[in-house]
Design a protein around this ligand. Structure first.
Ligand code: HEM
Length: 154
């Protein structure tokens, strides 16, 4: 039950960040200012209202699961989580709120693009860390086999 909750929350949080990242990149490259403002609004609502609880649930259930599972993979996952949370709460969350506010005011100035670049960088970092946590989680539950070295040709 707890494991299923962890799996679903982890998938949802990762999917949310991947969606925000892709939508931002596409609309910044090809969209109008009005389209950018629309995406920035959607990222705040409902986006953040999905991402923040999903991330908290993933971390909480992950730490609860680690009470009965230990080892190298669990330790690596545990070490990544503070970076994922800090990136989410200290960069992605305020960046999404400010970018939405500035886009709604039509303030597409250098400050907007500086914060936008920081948001994309933090989003990419979190996608990488969350992807690694997913890979190690799937290895822990045996859904993903560790790739043994290929047999040596003689
Ligand atoms: C965003 C962060 C995380 C993601 C995306 C994630 C993802 C996953 C996934 C996909 C699984 C496999 C579930 C299954 O096959 O049913 C898993 C398992 C697991 N995760 Fe995470 N996880 C995250 C954070 C954490 C944290 C912080 C911990 C705590 C150390 C943790 C501990 C575990 C443990 C112990 C398992 C194995 C559970 C078992 O064997 O029953 N995870 N995780």
């Amino acid at each position: 039950m707890l494991r299923k909750l962890h799996l679903l929350a982890g998938l949802l949080a990762t999917l949310a960040i991947a969606t925000f990242f892709t939508a931002t990149l596409l609309v910044e490259l090809f969209g109008s200012h009005a389209a950018i403002a629309g995406i920035k609004h959607l990222i705040v609502f409902p986006g953040l209202f999905i991402l923040v609880p999903a991330l908290a649930l993933t971390g909480g259930s992950g730490f609860a699961l680690s009470k009965t599972r230990q080892g190298r993979l669990v330790e690596a996952k545990m070490k990544r989580m503070p970076f994922i949370a800090a990136n989410g709460l200290l960069v992605l969350l305020p960046a999404a709120i400010y970018l939405n506010q500035w886009a709604a005011q039509g303030a597409f100035d250098s400050r907007f693009y500086l914060v936008q670049a920081a948001e994309l960088l933090a989003g990419a970092t979190n996608l990488l860390l969350m992807g690694l946590n997913m890979r190690d989680g799937l290895r822990l539950t045996g859904r993903l086999r560790i790739n043994k070295a290929a047999p040596v040709a003689r």
